[in-house]
Structures are given as structure tokens and as C-alpha cells.
Design a protein around this ligand. Structure first.
Ligand SMILES: C[S@@+](CC[C@H](N)C(=O)[O-])C[C@H]1O[C@@H](n2cnc3c(N)ncnc32)[C@H](O)[C@@H]1O
Length: 502
């Protein structure tokens, strides 16, 4: 009888693949590194396969089978039995589902955390949702972006968030809802190309291949039904197709039961050291007539949108009561000098820091991303001659460019809008006010109000794009604060959030 029992349990063990490929490896008495070598599969890939987080193709199953001394179909069965149990939410892991790659939260949000849960669509580096978190009332629980390096930056700075790398058109609200859970706020700015105001939103279906990215934002909202949303976009949306695009979007939100309000906001009016105008729509389905926050800083500038009722900016009369706009030098003046092609990693003394500099250093002790583009000798010649506009260059030095190309920033004003090319002098005004080089990524990040502690991931070229594309976190914080102040439900606030300056 005992013998039989032992035999039964042996049979059970040999057919029990529920522990996945790892079970087979342990049984073959191989270490991960040994199996990786024997099967010629990179160690990281093998780890993911064992955790059920990377699909096992038939070629890999054959290699593993040979190395483990088992039939490849057993490797396949072992994998398939275990894979459904793998959850991307465990630790910092990635898994492929269809064409999307999921990066689990480093620390899943706890059930006792009562902050409101934010989903960031088209999240990029996550500047907008990072600003939400700075209020202490919101926690970001998910973000989706096409590009893996954006998701790497996003998850590095949003410890409770699930990062989804892939095309939003490959997924739907059900998948996102299952993976991320309840959502109180959706934020994001979909690229508007391809969106036509002619097709009515009410005719949308999730499976329609023609859906534009704006339509996918709308579908996510319809499917996940958060209390609030924030939709951010370029000012051109206001005038595009004579305003029809914007109207169509507003109509869609209203038809879904959201009260909406929109404004054209210049980030400089709220303490960001940059004239950066964006159109922002805020909506809620809790009946709040949203009151927009009032500018805190005075700035004199000409709006790209012309004169409109929705333009939110400070007026000359308020000059005396508002704080002066934060200038380029207020924002970056403490950073050590760096020559073209060089990098500096040590801060200079922290004497006489401006309020903005004190806050933005955020306790960092090592200076990162303060490396300047190596300019060619010809470009150095242009830079040495550069002034406030391309017209300052000697005749014939450059043959084409808008007036703001090859131009120096004014130290005593907020910066011009930072673009995705701000490390190249041929782009919109981005040469340092006094040094002969374009801005460094760190300077661009400061001008966008990213604290020095924010971790960027990816190549320099991609990090510059992440910075240039972001919603300034400080602007995100201002909008989030207004939402939490106006919702009828009191949102518990956690202490210990680092606050960006106001
Ligand atoms: C303006 S950026 C977002 C910036 C972000 N809100 C922030 O504050 O940092 C727009 C992002 O949309 C992403 N994107 C473009 N097409 C996409 C798609 N089809 N699916 C998902 N993300 C997409 C881009 O990779 C880009 O990072």
C-alpha cells in the first residue's frame, strides 16, 4: 500500500507541470545560468519565460527540451499551465500580451490607500500624472504609451503604476480595467492627427480600425467611466477646422454625461519658467461646475490663440498683486557651467538659490543629465554670433530657419516653449543665455518643472523628447489641486509627498 502511495505520488509529481518551466529545470537539477547556457537562451529571457511573462515560441521550446532532456511538448505544456497564473503586478516585471508589454508596479497600491486613482493615457514620461501625485491626493495606478523608453521613465517615477508599452489601439477599456482596477481620473493628451470631426462619436465602436487616437481616448473614458478627466492638447486644436475638431470632442464628452470646461493656459502664469500654452479640457460626471485656478504669476506674452474668452492669462492690472514670472536664470542659474560636448555631475554650492532652484533640486546630491551637445565648429561659430533672433546672425551664416531658430534664450524672462529638439540650436530658441551651447537635458527638464530627482530612462535623444513632450508637472499639480478642492467628496491626502513650488 505504501509502495502504491509512493508510486502514485511519483506519478503526480512527474506530470505536475503547474510550476511551469522552472519545475522541469529544478527536476533536471540545473541552475538558471546553466540552462541558459545549455539552451543558448539569454538569461533574462529565460527568467521571463519561467515567470510566464514572455511567450514561449516553438523554437525556444525545442532548445529547452533538448537541454532539459524532455520532449519539447512537455516544455510547452509546462509553460501553458503556469502562464495564466503570472501577474504583471508582482514586483517589477514585464510580460507580453498580444502586442502590449506590461510592466508591473514596483509597489502595488495598498487597499488602505484612499488617494484617488489616476490612469495616464499617452503618458510619455508622465509629467502630467506626476504633477497629480504632488498634491498628495492622487496616486497613479497605470499608464500607456507606444514607446518602451517612455514606459521605463514613467514606471521609474510612479512606483504604484502599471506601465503598458504599446499602441492604445491594440487594447480596450476592459483589458485596462482588469489590469489596473478602479479608476477615478483619466488624464492624457492624445495626438490629434487623423482625427476627423465629421464622424460623430456616438457611432464609435471599439473594434473599428479607423478609430483615431482621440477616439480611443473617448472610448477609454466611456468604458472606464472615471469621476474626472483631463484632456490636454496643443493650442492649434482650438482653431483647427474652424474650431470644429474641438467642438466635436466637447460634444462627445457632454454626450457621455460629463460637465466640461476648457481653457487655454500658459504654464508661466502658474510658476513654470516657460511660456508654454496648451488647451486643457476638464470634465467630471459629479455635477461640479469646475472653477479654473487663477494665475499666480504675472507674465506678459502674446498668445498663439489670439484674443479669446477661454484664454487664461494674467492681465497688466494684476502685475502688482501676482508674483513675477519665474525666469530662465531663476530656474537654471545655479547649474554649473558646461562646455559643448562636456558633462558635469556635481552641483556647485547651494548658496543663494532662488526659491525655484531650492524646490527643484529636491534634495538631489548628484547632478544628472547636465551634458551639452557636442556642436560642430561651424555651429559653434553660429552660436557665438547668436542673439535674440536669427536676424542677429551675420548675413549668409545660415540659409534658412524661422526667426526663433539659432537664438539665445533671454535670461530674465520665462523661456520660449521647449520643443523635442531643444538640444539643437537650429530648433526654437534654445541656446543658453550666456554659454556657447544649446540647453542640456537637465536645463530643459528644469524649464519644464521636472525636479532633479525625477529619473529619466533611455538614450539622450529619447530623453530630450520625453522632456520636450511633457506637460509641466507643476501645471498638472495646479489642475489636480483644483479638482481635489472642488469634488464634493473629501479626498484623503497623504503626507510626505514632495511638493513642487507654486
Ligand atoms: C505629448 S506626449 C505625452 C506627454 C505626457 N502627457 C507627459 O506629461 O509627459 C504624447 C505621447 O503619446 C504617445 N503615443 C503616440 N501614439 C500612441 C499610440 N498609438 N498609443 C499609445 N501612445 C501613443 C507618444 O509616444 C507620446 O509619448
Amino acid at each position: 500500500m505504501d509502495q502504491l502511495r509512493n508510486r502514485d505520488s511519483f506519478v503526480n509529481i512527474t506530470n505536475d507541470f503547474s510550476g511551469g518551466v522552472r519545475t522541469l529545470r529544478v527536476r533536471a537539477k540545473l541552475k538558471l545560468s546553466e540552462l541558459s547556457e545549455a539552451a543558448s537562451i539569454p538569461l533574462e529571457q529565460l527568467k521571463k519565460i519561467e515567470r510566464g511573462l514572455l511567450e514561449l515560441d516553438s523554437k525556444t521550446a525545442v532548445s529547452l527540451g533538448l537541454a532539459l532532456g524532455v520532449d519539447p511538448s512537455d516544455v510547452q505544456s509546462a509553460y501553458e499551465m503556469f502562464a495564466p497564473k503570472a501577474t504583471p503586478g508582482e514586483g517589477y516585471t514585464t510580460s507580453k500580451r498580444g502586442n502590449l508589454e506590461f510592466t508591473g508596479p514596483r509597489s502595488p497600491v495598498s487597499a488602505s490607500d484612499k488617494r484617488w486613482r489616476v490612469l495616464d493615457l499617452f503618458c510619455g514620461a508622465g509629467g502630467l500624472s506626476y504633477g497629480f501625485e504632488q498634491t498628495g491626493s492622487f496616486v497613479t495606478i497605470g499608464g500607456i504609451d507606444l514607446l518602451p523608453d517612455r514606459i521605463a521613465t514613467f514606471t521609474a517615477n510612479h512606483e504604484h503604476a502599471l506601465g503598458i508599452a504599446g499602441d492604445i489601439r491594440e487594447t480596450n477599456p476592459q483589458v485596462i480595467g482588469r489590469a489596473a482596477g478602479n479608476i477615478d481620473v483619466i488624464v492624457g493628451g492624445p495626438p490629434c492627427q487623423g482625427f476627423s470631426s465629421i464622424r460623430p462619436f456616438r457611432a464609435l465602436t471599439e473594434s473599428d480600425q479607423r478609430n483615431s487616437l482621440v477616439e480611443h481616448y473617448v472610448l477609454m473614458l466611456a468604458g472606464l467611466n472615471p469621476r474626472w478627466f483631463v484632456f490636454e492638447n496643443v493650442v492649434g486644436l482650438v482653431t483647427h477646422e474652424g474650431g470644429e475638431k474641438l467642438n466635436a470632442i466637447l460634444t462627445a464628452f457632454k454626450e457621455m454625461g460629463y460637465s466640461t470646461s476648457w481653457r487655454i493656459i500658459n504654464a508661466a502664469s502658474f510658476g513654470v519658467p516657460q511660456n508654454r500654452e496648451r488647451v486643457v479640457i476638464v470634465g467630471n460626471r459629479v455635477g461640479v461646475d469646475f472653477i479654473w485656478p487663477s494665475p499666480t504669476h504675472y507674465v506678459s506674452y502674446r498668445s498663439m490663440a489670439g484674443r479669446r474668452a477661454e484664454l487664461m492669462s494674467s492681465i497688466e492690472l494684476e502685475k502688482t498683486v501676482l508674483q513675477p514670472a519665474v525666469t530662465v536664470i531663476d530656474a537654471i542659474g545655479d547649474l554649473p557651467a558646461v562646455a559643448s560636448g562636456d558633462e558635469v555631475t556635481a552641483y556647485s554650492s547651494n548658496d543663494k538659490l532662488t526659491d525655484f532652484q531650492k524646490t527643484i533640486r529636491d534634495g538631489s546630491t548628484v547632478l544628472t543629465w547636465h551634458k551639452a551637445t557636442k556642436h560642430s565648429e561651424k555651429m559653434m561659430e553660429i552660436i557665438r554670433h547668436s542673439g535674440s533672433s536669427i536676424k542677429d546672425l551675420p548675413a549668409g551664416m545660415v540659409t534658412s530657419g524661422f526667426s526663433s531658430c539659432y537664438s539665445r534664450l533671454d535670461a530674465d524672462r520665462p523661456s520660449n516653449t521647449i520643443t523635442v529638439n531643444f538640444v539643437h540650436p537650429s530648433s526654437n530658441r534654445c541656446i543658453h543665455p550666456f554659454q556657447d551651447r544649446a540647453l542640456t537635458p537637465r536645463e530643459g527638464a528644469r524649464i519644464q518643472s521636472f525636479p532633479d530627482s525625477f529619473e529619466f530612462s533611455g538614450s539622450t535623444a529619447q530623453v530630450v523628447k520625453q522632456i520636450g513632450n511633457a506637460v509641466p508637472p507643476l501645471l498638472g499639480k495646479i489642475i489636480a489641486q483644483a479638482i481635489s478642492d472642488q469634488d464634493p467628496i473629501h479626498i484623503p491626502r497623504t503626507s510626505g509627498q514632495r511638493a513642487l513650488s507654486k
